[in-house]
Design a protein around this ligand. Sequence first.
Ligand code: ADP
Length: 277
Amino acid sequence: EEKTGALRMRQDELEAARIDLERKASDLEQASHYKSEFLANMSHELRTPLNSMLILSKMLADNSDGNLDAEQVESARIMHDSGRSLLSLINDILDLSKVEAGKMGVALETVNVSTSLNALLQRFRPLAGERGLKFTVRIEPDATRELETDGARLAQILSNLLSNAFKFTHEGEIELLAEKAQLGAVPAVALSVRDTGIGIPAGKLDRVFQAFEQADSSTSRRYGGTGLGLSIVSGMTTLLGGQVKVRSEEGKGSTFTIVLPERSPQSQTATTTAGPP
Ligand code: ADP
């Protein structure tokens, strides 16, 4: 009698605790949603005035009337550069909050792998020249030629990875590589950015994809950056139905790989439902 009573009380306590936990989890989710929404709105409001400042400081820096002296032109140029850094930070926060709030749209299209990678080659070639780094694209013969994905997001992911590779590599080479891959049973392509840069300590490797994480707190002072780039890469890759991986050896270099399905998960579901049982 007494024992069953005690047991029942335990059960009631457990049930109350469960309900309490569930409520807390839902509150947290709600708060996180508000945070993302706030950041998205805020970022939008910040961009408008910043854009006017950028246009005006650019006009000053161009000094087309020749009214400014060298020092004033230099000041205007610094103003413009700082404005650009701020804009890219705001854009990163906006992108990340959109991904987190599940508000980032995906526009599926057929993307030619070689065309996309070569466009990035053209874009980053001047930087490679400036930095004295070799920069190449390699597409394995058996790699998928065409992908069904969001081409703009894919370019954004890869250019984030390439920016990092250039930032953290002082000599040697950077390679953009496409290889055949699998995501479980699903045919996929692996797109890698390989560098011969400073590398990441083994203990920090699994944390670099977290927002605001930097492998070395002194790197942020030395290299700048916000620690948002890789969380955006990770969020967007997941959005495209893919996975992101990293291999790195301190002092030797890093390889960041995104594995994307040949066909988007959205349309795969459609094919499965339409196909025979
Ligand atoms: P950010 O570059 O703005 O600091 P990221 O999220 O892009 O932020 O990267 C997080 C951290 O991961 C970097 O601060 C750096 O410590 C490390 N990292 C990223 N890419 C590389 C790379 N190619 N080589 C060495 N370290 C890297």
